[in-house]
Design a protein. Structure first.
Ligand code: ARG
Length: 570
């Protein structure tokens, strides 16, 4: 049940009954308890247009609210209506939520491609891939949960000039050593690029390899395939460790579009969209200007005949809109590629490859070190993602050992994994994705504040109530009675779960769900302080256990939508 939508509809009904059918209902969650649970404030605009007194109009709208789940609405200020849910209705809805199956909400039915993670395969995954991977995976989980048909796309870069040096380097290794050398992709990449810079003969050979590869030379392709396989296996291992849902089947690499590139250029030529400028084939799109207001070209074929990054993306866009037949395609890609994607989408429209489908950039800012500088190793290299994950688990292990020395070593290892990985993901997802943030181990692993460990700990506290009560959280008598304000507040929060999850997808903001879970955990803590669960009479105890069980389940479900696991004890 989307509570917010229910209230919207009720207010729209009230407006219509009062003769303002064309005025949109503007409803928000109440900012303070004395404003009720929700507040309607679109009435003022309607009154102004009708040249009438807002308070009077609000009174008529309130009187026209014909629903049984609200207590009598209250007009406040000039045209606000405070809306308060009736306690018996809340209790009824809580019972339904407790009994209900929430494995999926099934309220949305779009076919959506999500382009995310999408690393360049030349080197190992590094912290730069943290955001597109973690944000993308959370969006995939949320969109799927809502019932959409989601297509994961890992648009890995496997086709650029850098592969020339890698192949040349691989070619010089004795056959038996190739596989083992590739194990440390990062070192391999560093050595190959160093050779490219310092050794002109090698560089020439490397350039030759690019041409050979792109023209389909069999020996060269075999080497390349070995490299790609090794590289994808590396990504897989990172995804596994990181509990990311991408698999090898989701990889659709840049090279997959290779045969399409000349066809795309021919098609654009036939459509009269191509202008040759300095030997390069370009599309000049209205509204794109560079320095000095000069028109900015979108280059689809370079003067040497090679195809740039954009050309591959045009082919991928046509494939997604055409063959895959998506309604929407979201590109979870860093903010620096904003212009690239703007050009891509505009070109797609101009060429008729997209026709009304929603192609959208989901950008994000960067991760910084505590000195505000880019997150790099001391010698300026990228920090490997595996190293970050291993450090997270090791640090979580220390924290857990101090917090709960009673756990066995194997339990501690499991908790460390779940908490460490959860902390890194949550630190990412709880921020507005557009802001740069500082990677801070202590903050993300803290048990206080808006962190994964705080939420995971809240979950274990509820689970321990059930262990003490020796009760099965899934098999309670579902009757709920609400008496205390903290109890009521927690229940209303719980009923706002669905509107929150739907809200995440309005602008692809996972932090909306994080904030909700944090508030939910806080509401639970206040409830737990003021409402004894196990010591009351049977009916009260039972009702409160239902509320506890629903809270635990909601925390667990919400975290799972962010790709974060829970444990029973920590
Ligand atoms: N491989 C690219 C990079 O590392 C990101 C690809 C994003 N997706 C896309 N369709 N362009 O910068």
């Amino acid at each position: 049940m989307n509570l917010k939508r229910l209230i919207d509809q009720a207010v729209a009904g009230g407006l219509a009954n009062a003769g303002f059918a064309d005025t949109p209902a503007v409803v928000k969650q109440a900012a303070r308890p004395e404003f009720g649970d929700y507040q309607a404030n679109g009435v003022m605009a309607a009154a102004k247009r009708a040249g009438r007194n807002p308070r009077e109009v609000a009174g008529e709208v309130a009187a026209g609210l014909d629903v049984d789940f609200l207590e009598s609405p209250e007009v406040a200020g000039p045209g606000f209506i405070n809306l308060t849910l009736s306690a018996s209705w809340i209790a009824e809805q809580m019972q339904a939520r407790y009994r209900g199956d929430e494995s999926a909400l099934d309220v949305a039915t779009a076919r959506i491609a999500i382009d995310y993670s999408s690393p360049n395969l030349a080197k190992e995954m590094h912290v730069g891939h943290l955001r597109p991977t973690v944000i993308g995976d959370a969006l995939v989980r949320v969109l799927e949960f809502l019932g959409n048909d989601v297509i994961r796309v890992n648009h890995v870069g496997d086709w650029g000039a850098q592969f020339g040096s890698l192949l040349a380097f691989l070619d010089e290794l004795p056959e038996g050593e190739r596989g083992t050398s590739l194990k440390d992709l990062e070192a391999f990449y560093r050595e190959a690029s160093a050779r490219f810079r310092s050794d002109e003969t090698f560089a020439t050979k490397a350039r030759g390899f690019v041409v050979k590869l792109q023209s389909g030379d069999p020996a060269c392709s075999a080497l390349w395939e070995q490299f790609i396989a090794e590289s994808i296996a590396h990504c897989e291992a990172v995804y596994d460790l990181f509990n990311i849902t991408l698999t090898t089947e989701d990889v659709r690499a840049e090279s997959a579009y290779n045969d399409d590139l000349p066809r795309i250029v021919t098609d654009l030529e036939q459509q009269g969209l191509i202008t040759v400028s300095d030997g390069a084939k370009c599309v000049f799109l209205p509204g794109f200007t560079g320095k000095d207001d000069k028109p900015l070209p979108a280059i689809v074929q370079k003067s040497d005949g090679g195809y740039p990054y954009l050309a591959t993306d045009v082919a991928a866009l046509r494939y997604r809109a055409g063959e895959l037949g998506v309604d929407k395609a979201y590109y979870v890609v860093g903010a620096p590629q904003t212009l690239h994607l703007k050009q891509l989408f505009a070109l797609g429209e101009a060429a008729g490859y997209v026709d009304g489908q929603d192609f959208r950039h989901v950008p994000f800012g960067s991760i910084l070190k505590d000195d505000g500088k880019p997150f790099k190793t001391r010698d300026g290299a990228d920090v490997k993602l595996v190293d970050v994950l291993h450090e997270a688990v090791a640090r979580a292990h220390d924290v857990v050992t101090t917090k709960n020395p009673e756990l066995s070593e194997s339990e501690r290892e499991e908790v460390a994994r779940v908490v460490g990985i959860g902390a890194v993901k949550y630190a990412e997802l709880s921020k507005n994705r557009m802001t740069d943030y500082i990677f801070d181990w202590d903050a993300m692993l803290s048990f206080e504040g808006n962190t994964a460990p705080y939420l995971q700990y809240a979950y274990t506290r509820i689970r321990s109530i059930f262990r003490r009560a020796d009760a099965d959280a899934a098999a309670l008598d579902a009757t709920v009675v609400i008496s205390e304000p903290a109890e009521r507040a927690l229940c209303v929060k719980l009923l706002q779960f669905q509107e929150t999850v739907e809200q995440v997808t309005a602008d692809n903001q996972p932090n909306v769900l994080c904030n909700y879970l944090y508030e939910l955990a806080q509401s639970f803590m206040s409830f737990y302080e003021t409402c004894p669960v196990l010591s009351g009479a049977e009916a009260e105890r039972n009702s409160r256990l239902v509320i506890c069980a629903t809270t635990a389940r909601t925390l667990q479900l919400g975290l799972s939508l962010l790709g974060i696991e829970t444990v029973e004890q920590m």
